[in-house]
Design a protein around this ligand. Structure first.
Ligand code: BGC
Length: 715
């Protein structure tokens, strides 16, 4: 439909119909709407059937048949016949579940992320979904926060790469293509990852420089890739909750980033302006959200109950309302809903796509590439012998992660099922339930372990311990699982711990007791196959951490791109007046960018084509990476830059480029990068974004702490 027609449509709408477009309610309201009032949801929200009949979009409803039926019923009673938009959280897959985003991040493979999200789009659109609430690109430095599992990690550059790749995967070149794409909604704008104390929904206070340097770039990258929607965050920024924050939403998002798509509030976030304490009632909350430019109010009724009155009193203009409605109509139009309100929803397509072999293959590849080998005292890959497969995660299908709302646990391949594809020479024992001690299970596990040559111990946190509303004040493994590890250690057999979890954990004791550690995250539908392939050497681990693993909860936040301080601790020093802890080293246990391989990669001969960078020019960087082993494998070569003297303090290093290269056994590869002036820019005291002449260091290597370095100068 042309723009003019949309505007004409808008001009024919009544005030009620316009306000309706701004409202979003959960799918269950539509499923149970029989035009009798009020309709009550499981969340106790009461909505009138009129609101449902007028609303513009639906939250979390999926299934070709169901969504078609809801759309049909809705349109039949609607005067304007404007189709409903169906939105849902398709985060790491729809029915075929990929690793959680923190795991996908550890693949350092944006192309893989794009392929995974193309599959998610195909599956979700066949089930009648038009918009996904993804990608989540909140930068995270605090593993106490349960939602770190939804993020690609602690680095702004990586987050940008993942933001772009996800948007390309969901939306493709053409949103309308065969109805097999979904519009992406980047979230949560902004700063949500910095909640104080890692406690969900808590206050966020970031300087504007910090916001611009680290938190905003991934959003900007998503928007530059064409992302259609943005979701507001729950938190405050500079003491103003995001959903009523005009500076963030109007000045930065709309004006500076030139965003003219749909801005949706997070779940109930408009009404939350009241408990936050910046609005006395729904009416004031509605006014503030409208002024901030929030187009859709998700799951609260402030617009519904007070916009009409606000407009009548001249406190909100009809123009402001029209602007919001038009943006929503525009999105519906871009998705092709006016031509076909049922769009991609198709039972045939569902049957063809959902959890089909091709999709499972990509999920397996993604899981293999997401696992991070943290320790290996020459125990992996397994070389035969009898395996004792022990632990609450050894035969547990809870491996899809918290957001896999449309995935099916019963379809998940457990570790045990994966191992059974390689050998029958294993014995399984539970060892302990996930969070409790059980004497009989412990005794059985010890007996099984005694008869084995190698113990595979599958530990972790269930999916109910990470995700939204699941902050922890301590991030160790459950005590009963540590006890199991201690008991098994007594037996003296080699132990490989496989970890299933949604956040970096304090692994100090595990690292001390285990001979091998494979971090598998919540690896998705085909996780067990992928992990077993890695354990048996059919695949070679290549994942690297995108979030530091602290030594102890008290070290949080600990991240790689920190400041030097005025008193940096000299290496090995235990002197008092330096920036340090007296009871633990400053460094995390496993740093950003770290991950082992069965191959042995050695870096040599870091060379620059020049040591002076002229404006408009570039410096070529080359490094030789040797694979000194009999295992072929992929290595993630990382390039960091340090600006030695800035107008404001600059981090000790910042990731600026990376490459994932395959190097056959006993071969070498010359890896090249290019440094340009753009990579050296930062926000100055007045927030101007530019570079300064002077000395820089380029650091290249296999993790943020294992690097070769050279100096160069910007003229
Ligand atoms: C979450 C969002 C999510 C929304 C809809 C909220 O509670 O914060 O990330 O998209 O619910 O399910």
């Amino acid at each position: 439909m042309e723009q003019q027609k949309l505007e004409k449509l808008l001009s024919k709408m009544t005030l009620d119909e316009k306000i309706g477009q701004l409202m979003q309610f959960a799918g269950h309201f539509y499923a149970t709407n029989n035009n009798k009032d009020p309709v009550t949801g499981p969340d106790d929200l009461q909505v009138s059937s009129k609101s449902i009949n007028y609303s513009g979009s639906v939250l979390g409803s999926a299934g070709a048949e169901r969504n078609k039926e809801i759309q049909e019923r809705y349109l039949a009673q609607s005067r304007m016949k404007i189709p409903l938009l169906f939105m849902a959280d398709v985060i790491n897959g729809f029915r075929t579940i990929f690793p959680i985003p923190l795991g996908l991040g550890a693949s350092w493979d944006p192309m893989l992320v794009e392929r995974a999200q193309t599959i998610s789009a195909k599956e979700a659109s066949s089930a009648g979904i038009h918009v996904t609430f993804a990608p989540m690109v909140d930068l995270v430095r605090d593993p106490r926060w349960g939602r770190v599992m939804e993020s690609p990690g602690e680095d702004s550059f990586l987050n940008q790469e993942f933001a772009k790749a996800s948007v390309r995967g969901f939306q493709g070149e053409n949103l309308q293509a065969d109805g097999e794409r979904v519009a992406a909604c980047v979230k949560h704008f902004v700063g949500y990852g910095a909640v104080e104390g890692g406690r969900d929904y808590n206050k966020v206070d970031l300087s504007e420089r910090e916001l611009r340097e680290n938190y905003l770039p991934a959003f900007q990258a998503a928007l530059e890739a064409g992302c259609e929607l943005v979701m507001t965050a729950f938190n405050t920024i500079d003491s103003i909750p995001a959903s009523g924050n005009q500076k963030l939403m109007r000045e930065i998002l709309r004006k500076e980033f030139d965003f003219d798509g749909v801005l949706i509030s997070d779940y109930g976030a408009v009404e939350e302006l009241i408990p936050h304490g910046v609005a006395a009632d729904q009416k004031e909350a509605a006014r503030k959200a409208m002024y901030a430019g929030v187009d859709i109010e998700m799951m609260s009724l402030c617009y519904e109950n007070s916009l009409k009155e606000l407009i009548g009193e001249g406190k909100v203009s009809v123009d402001l309302l029209d602007e919001a409605v038009l943006r929503i109509l525009n999105l519906k139009n871009k998705l092709g809903l006016f031509e076909n309100p049922y769009r991609g929803a198709s039972i045939q397509k569902q049957n063809k796509y959902l959890f089909c072999p091709e999709h499972k293959e990509v999920a397996q590849e993604a899981a293999e590439k997401s696992c991070v080998l943290l320790k290996n005292n020459d125990v992996l890959p397994l070389r035969g012998g009898k395996i004792a497969l022990i632990g609450p995660y050894a035969d547990n299908p809870d491996i899809l992660g918290e957001w896999s709302i449309f995935g099916k646990k019963e379809e998940a391949v457990t570790l045990k099922a994966g191992i059974a594809k390689h050998t029958s020479d294993y014995t399984y024992a539970l060892g302990c339930p996930m969070y409790d001690r059980q004497e009989t299970a412990l005794t059985e596990a010890v007996n099984v372990a005694r008869e084995s040559t190698h113990i595979i111990l599958a530990l972790g946190e269930g999916s109910d311990r990470s995700g939204e509303g699941r902050s922890r004040s301590s991030i160790t493994l459950p005590e009963n699982q540590l006890e199991l590890l201690r008991e098994l250690k007594q037996i003296g057999k080699p132990i490989t711990v496989v970890l299933f979890n949604g956040r970096p954990l304090d692994l100090m004791e595990v690292a001390e007791l285990a001979d091998g550690i494979l971090e598998a995250w919540h690896p998705g539908s085909v996780g067990g196959t992928a992990i077993a392939n890695l354990l048996f050497g059919k695949a070679n681990p290549s994942g690297k951490l995108t979030m530091s693993f602290p030594r102890t909860t008290g070290q949080i936040p600990v991240y790689y791109n920190a400041y030097n301080t005025g008193r940096p601790l000299p290496e090995g020093s235990t002197e008092r007046f330096y920036s340090r802890y007296i009871d633990t080293p400053n460094e995390p246990l496993y740093p950003f960018g770290f991950g082992l391989s069965y191959a042995d990669f050695q870096y040599e001969s870091l060379q620059l084509s020049a040591n002076e960078l002229k404006p408009g020019g570039s410096i070529d960087v080359q490094v030789l990476v040797k694979n000194q082993s009999d295992y072929s494998g992929e290595e993630i070569v990382q390039l960091y830059i340090r600006d030695l003297v800035g107008e404001v303090v600059r981090p000790v290093k910042e990731l600026k480029a990376f490459q994932k290269v395959f190097i056959p056994a006993n071969e070498s590869k010359l890896v090249s990068f290019s440094i340009t002036e753009e990579m050296l820019r930062y926000h100055h005291a007045n927030l101007e974004f530019k570079s300064d002449p002077g000395e820089f260091k380029v650091l290249v290597g296999s993790s943020s702490t294992d690097l070769l370095s050279q100096s160069f100068y910007l003229k």
